[in-house]
Design a protein around this ligand. Structure first.
Ligand code: ATP
Ligand code: MG
Length: 749
């Protein structure tokens, strides 16, 4: 367990100490309507992780109350994901549908207590009666039905005597409740649909608010951990359990922030759209953030769990930079996988003065990695090098092969270019070179100094491989529609080349192809006759602003840096090192951010000043390492003070403003030097996250667009974006997009 305790573990410990529970029981309760994604991995890591840390157990429960969208293939994918991440659920997989009889009994009990009634208002009127945030609702006249009539109607609803939507069962709570969720919420609805497990027994299905809390209770769950959008449902959760007077111990709900990552989408519904529309190749397409996709791409379970741990557990939603996930897989593979040579875009080199052949003995791992193993690398007169490792008219700082600059062949000799052969179009098709016989790697007596070493393969023995290069699925950070898809997210190279040991020796399935990145033998398509490798991740972040960031320490350590040609990284001073260590251990910063801060005195001083005023170490560090650093570089003098940044972070922590708006406020603050709170007030930027405030707007938009609602219900999923967009527009972009998304999806179900 990490030393730094998150708020959920703090609650669990307090409950155990107070003797509230003898044993911690959690559950992971997915709806089997799609493949799980990395957001689910976070929930899995939290629920199973807490159970493990406190010697309790965690159940895997399929929340299967919506028969029209569920499927056993999703159940299998969910089981797979949990196992692959290394967790074990308690006993058999559980299903909410196994509790349908019990739930039904409880529903009848509520009716007998006069706490539930069958309502027969049409949808429109029901919405009207619900009221708004500022006005109380009005109870349906059907609420006066007698217990007997309610029991009779519910029984007949269950037996399928009525059409979908004709009646619902509602809790009788309070039509004037400030929390609009408490205005007589729905408990059951009619659905004439075949259930993949319960068959045709039921024509009614329990709503989440009724089924979830009671399923938790049935299983003896102690801590029911869910995401923030259920915050307002907590009152119903408690009401159901309290009203039924269930015997203790009973479960309590706790919410944490959903994981969102930039450049991708993270909802099963959106993922389903990509899969069904063939925008990707199935649920395990390596570009998807699904666990199956990440796994097929070559991510390890460890890297994903490390990622989940590194982002922490928060109470405010935020978006994590995908670079952080990529950092975690690099960090993991760096110490694990063999290094080999590949050539993706071959250029032939003939070494004029070499005859015969030989084999170089080359270790698979750099010196600082405590793993053993080596292979023979065959060499002869004809080799291939990477096309971009030769340049006829090199720019300044080009350290590889040129007509006048020698280069070392990794693990081999130093070669010098003698002649450049071109085709009729002037394209270089071959290099004639010479080697220096005294320059062999490991026993070099030539005295020649070269600036870099490059990878290569031997023409006679190299194996042909297919390489699949993946890039981000979306071209922009916060994708909204299919138009944001990155058209270049997959590039296939059919005739790349690799040294033979990769296929004949098979030291592993994951490799670092030197200077190219980390690769994984595709578990489905790769065979010895036709090897296929997926690119997992590059050796360093090559996207956007991070481009200029120096490699974090974990990556700098490896001895391959000796031959790395792009910019050596300076070692840190003792003082910088001390700061770096404090940042990564005590403050839990990721090493990329820690590296930036530790190496820059102005930044680390500023960071310390903000930290003295607000203790959100990670959020502040990200702001200082990115935004503040950019300001310092561009403007040289800051218009704002540490206290302003502290205030900004506080507003972010409290959820007053969204991440996106924080960036906007920061820009303004950097320009004008105004206080962030003043900017937020004067520009009216406060984020609206309260569902009760957003729901009436959604209702309004739904009411105004009946045609689109119909089209959506008939299967045009793309229209969801339309509705969300309208709502965001109506609030001037201030509504919390995640909350809007959830609510719209819920309402259109
Ligand atoms: P989606 O919106 O992607 O379909 P969901 O919330 O409907 O997700 P469920 O299958 O109902 O997904 O959720 C299973 C569990 O995983 C829930 O406890 C849910 O809160 C959690 N979960 C889902 N998405 C995320 C996420 N992005 N980050 C953290 N936890 C998540
Ligand atoms: Mg869902």
């Amino acid at each position: 367990m990490s030393e730094h305790k998150d708020f959920l573990r703090t609650i669990v410990e307090e409950d155990l100490k107070a003797g509230k529970y003898q044993k911690v029981i959690t559950r992971f309760p997915p709806e089997p309507n799609g493949f799980p994604h990395i957001g689910h991995a976070k929930s899995i890591a939290i629920n199973f992780g807490i159970a493990r840390d406190y010697k309790g157990h965690c159940n895997l429960r399929m929340d299967d109350t919506n028969p029209t969208t569920e499927d056993t293939k999703y159940v299998e994918a969910l089981k797979d994901a949990v196992e692959w991440l290394g967790f074990e659920w308690d006993g058999e997989v559980r299903y909410t549908s196994d509790y349908f009889d019990k739930l039904y009994e409880w529903a009848k009990e509520l009716i007998k207590m006069n706490k539930a009634y069958v309502d027969s208002l049409d949808e429109e009127t029901m919405r009207e009666y619900r009221g708004t945030v500022t006005e109380p609702g009005k109870r349906s006249e059907y609420a006066q039905r007698s217990v007997q009539e309610n029991l009779d109607l519910l029984e007949r609803m269950k037996n399928g005597e009525f059409k979908d939507g004709e009646h619902v069962l509602r809790a009788k709570i309070d039509m004037a409740a400030a929390n609009m969720k408490m205005r007589d919420p729905l408990l059951y609805r009619i659905r004439h649909a075949h259930h993949y497990r319960a068959g045709d027994k039921w024509a009614i299905y329990p709503m989440y608010d009724f089924g979830h809390c009671l399923s938790d209770y049935i299983e003896g769950v102690t801590h029911s951990i869910c995401t923030l959008e259920f915050e307002n449902n907590r009152d119903i959760y408690n009401w159901v359990i309290d009203t039924l007077g269930l015997e203790p111990p009973r479960p309590y709900q706790h919410e944490f922030a959903r994981l969102g990552i930039n450049y991708t989408v993270m909802s099963k519904r959106k993922l389903l759209e990509l899969v069904e529309g063939n925008y990707v190749n199935g649920w395990d397409d390596p570009r998807l953030p699904t666990i199956a996709g990440l796994r097929r791409r070559g991510y390890t379970p460890e890297s994903i769990l490390n990622f989940c741990e590194s982002i922490g557990i928060a109470k405010a939603n935020s978006t994590v930079d995908v670079a952080q996930l990529e950092f975690c897989i690099r960090d993991d593979l760096n110490t694990k996988v063999p290094r080999v040579m590949s050539v993706l875009d071959p250029l032939k080199v003939t070494i004029e003065n070499y005859e015969g052949s030989e084999e170089f003995d080359a270790p698979y791992y750099p010196e600082d990695i405590p793993k053993e193993g080596s292979r023979k690398v065959p060499f002869s007169k004809e080799i291939y090098i990477e096309r971009e490792d030769f340049c006829e008219n090199p720019p300044e700082g080009y350290y590889r092969l040129t007509p006048t600059q020698s280069v070392r062949l990794r693990h081999g000799y130093i070669i010098t270019c003698k002649e450049v052969i071109k085709d009729a179009q002037g394209k270089v098709i071959e290099i004639i070179a010479e080697y220096n016989p005294d320059s062999k790697s490991g026993s070099d007596t030539s005295g020649i100094k070269v600036k870099s070493a490059i990878q290569w393969v031997d023409v006679a023995t190299a194996k042909e491989v297919e390489i699949r290069l993946y890039d981000r699925l979306y071209k922009n950070e916060a994708p909204q529609t299919l138009e944001d898809l990155n058209p270049d997210s997959l590039k296939v190279i059919k005739n790349a080349l690799i040294e033979p040991a990769v296929i004949t020796d098979k030291p592993d399935v994951r490799f670092q192809f030197e200077r190219q990145g980390y690769f994984y033998a595709d578990p489905i398509d790769s065979t010895d006759a036709h090897p296929v490798f997926n690119k997992i991740v590059g050796l360093k972040d090559s996207w956007g602003k991070k481009e200029k960031v120096k490699a974090p320490r974990a990556e700098r350590k490896s001895s391959e840096k000796k031959v790395q040609i792009d910019g050596e990284v300076e070692p840190m001073s003792d003082e910088q090192q001390k700061l770096f260590d404090k940042y990564t251990s005590e403050l839990q910063l990721n090493s990329m951010v820690a590296d930036i801060l530790a190496r820059d005195e102005k930044l680390s001083t500023f960071y310390a000043e903000v930290l003295a005023l607000n203790n959100s170490a990670v959020t502040i560090a990200n702001l200082v390492a990115n935004e503040v650093a950019r300001e310092l570089k561009e403007a040289n003098k800051l218009q704002f003070k540490a206290s302003d940044v502290a205030q900004l972070v506080q507003m972010l922590d409290e959820g007053t403003i969204s991440n996106k708006i924080a960036k906007e406020v920061f820009e303004e603050m950097a320009k004008s030097g105004e206080k962030p709170s003043d900017i937020v007030t004067s520009k009216g930027l406060v984020q609206i996250s309260d569902p009760a405030a957003i729901e009436p707007i959604i209702d309004d938009i739904i009411a105004k667009n009946p045609e689109n609602v119909e089209k959506f219900k008939a299967g045009n999923n793309k229209l969801l974006g339309f509705f969300v967009g309208q709502v965001l527009k109506a609030t001037g972009g201030k509504a919390n997009p995640q909350v809007v998304n959830e609510l719209v999806a819920q309402k259109l179900k």
